[in-house]
Design a protein around this ligand. Structure first.
Ligand code: SAM
Length: 235
């Protein structure tokens, strides 16, 4: 049997590249985004009752990596990238069927210019991710007290200090009209230390960059501190 699905919606996310996206939803609660519903799933009656739920399950396609294939074993970044685990013991993006699932906070639903949007926060999804289904999160069934989390028993540490150089702070302030939570959002993303595991061991001071919203954020790592150096419009 073969199945073919069409997207029911598309994500508008501040994460414009894979680098620096948290590994699971809810780790950066300031990551706000939208799902733009696509016809024929853009009718408000299809969402009647949804406002009674605080969280939603999103089923989506790992569209950015789906062409890269998969293998039976992967090295989870959570384990430093050195230890192999079976693919079905992980939440890797490289899967036989490139389907992801994330619980996100549901903030509201609105119609704008004849389009229907769901407002969400706590996203771990790349911009333009195709959504194939949306279901309400049911606490009694989806949250299991005493469940064991294998090699990921608790939230990863988000223990980096984040500071802004004065130029970067001024640049951020100039974007607050458009992105009121920009400073807390950048801080929350960088607190997680987005560098790959093997880079974290390096003592070397290096500059990194990430694309969030339409902004290019640059920072350098000094010990346990991420120092934001520039926040500029991406050309
Ligand atoms: N919560 C989902 C799950 O468990 O299925 C995703 C987990 S996966 C480990 C999270 C990573 O997926 C993010 O850090 C990001 O790099 C990547 N990602 C997010 N959206 C993607 C997309 N549309 N295509 C490929 N990779 C994506």
């Amino acid at each position: 049997m073969n199945f073919s699905f069409s997207p029911i919606g598309v994500v508008h996310s501040p994460y414009k590249q894979k680098f620096a996206i948290p590994r699971q939803p809810g780790l950066v609660s300031e990551a706000n985004g939208l799902i733009e519903m696509l016809p024929p799933c853009d009718k408000i009656e299809a969402f009647e009752g949804i406002e009674e739920f605080s969280h939603l399950w999103l089923l989506f396609i790992f569209h950015e990596t789906m062409e890269k294939g998969w293998s039976n074993q992967v090295r989870p970044p959570r384990l430093g990238g050195n230890i192999k685990k079976g693919i079905f013991s992980t939440r890797t993006t490289f899967r036989p069927n490139p389907i992801g699932m994330s619980v996100v906070e549901f903030k509201g639903i609105r119609k704008e210019n004849k389009k229907l949007f769901l407002e969400l926060s706590g996203l771990d999804l790349l911009d333009q991710t195709p959504i194939i289904d949306i279901k309400p999160y049911l606490p009694y069934a989806d949250s299991i007290t005493g469940a064991s989390g294998g090699f990921a028993p608790a939230k990863p540490e988000a223990d980096m200090e984040v500071i802004f150089e004065s130029t970067a702070l001024k640049q951020c302030e100039s974007f607050l009209g458009q992105y009121p939570d920009l400073i807390t959002f950048i801080s929350a993303v960088l607190k997680q230390d987005p560098r790959p595991g093997y880079k974290k061991k390096s003592e070397e001071e290096r500059e990194y960059a990430v694309y969030l919203y339409d902004l290019n954020i640059r920072w350098k790592v000094i010990g346990n501190t991420n120092v934001v150096t520039t926040v500029e419009k991406k050309c």
